[in-house]
Design a protein around this ligand. Sequence first.
Ligand code: SAH
Length: 256
Amino acid sequence: MSNDNHSINEFDFQLICEYFSSTDRQGPGSEACTLKAFSYLKDLPNNPHIADLGCGTGSSSLAIAKHNKVQITAIDLFPQFIEKLSVRTNQTILLGKIDTMVGDMGKLPFEKESFDAIWSEGAIYNIGFQRGIKEWYHFIKTYGYIAVTEATWLTNNRPKEIEDFWTDAYPEIDTLPNKVRQMEEAGYKNIITFVLPEDCWTKEYYIPQQKAQEIFLQKYMDNPTAQALITNQRYEAKLYQKYREYYGYVFYIGQK
Ligand code: SAH
């Protein structure tokens, strides 16, 4: 890659980070669903140690820590998100509960069996579901948990437009029974799965982006990359409206 390309990529990357750190979530989900998923983690020790991988600006870590006695290590590749999460953890109710770290979910610097649970909402796709569940197994204590959300087909047949979009964006998208089988093959007992309700995509994710998009477009009026980024986000939201019965995010909770 030439230096020119490198700097263009870095610039795109800055823009993407700036856009996504202007909203509270970087993927579909909700506090209620995070807490619901957490309620299935039975018999955890007192003050369990949890890793939140691909934490973004921390919506899951914050939800869990606000309502539970836990020690969370929240990790994201992008320093901008980690900085924002560090500011958000600066509330009395959270003091000392969340440690933040810039790091790569594909190269975790931890000892074997360090965590009572590994959490990851809307992020495991970055290294791929099958690779993630296999590699992270090593870092989970015996009888510890994995809780991840993952893009999933909700039907066996899909219209071509949405099939093509997802196959291009994330070839590992698959049906729920296939994902459960992959978890079992990786050594986990399937505890529960549930489909995130539509408001996790709309009210919690796409609607808050609308305001952020206007501000961003104003600021980068003459920047074609920024304009293209927003066009792309709007297209994704439109596809969701059109095809939401065919796909969704599913919470997969497994036990080692
Ligand atoms: N869990 C958050 C963010 C989901 S978006 C939420 O639900 O709101 C996916 C996140 O994965 C982004 O914050 C992105 O920066 C992060 N990410 C991408 N690749 C990563 C990697 N290799 N290691 C750690 N984090 C990564």
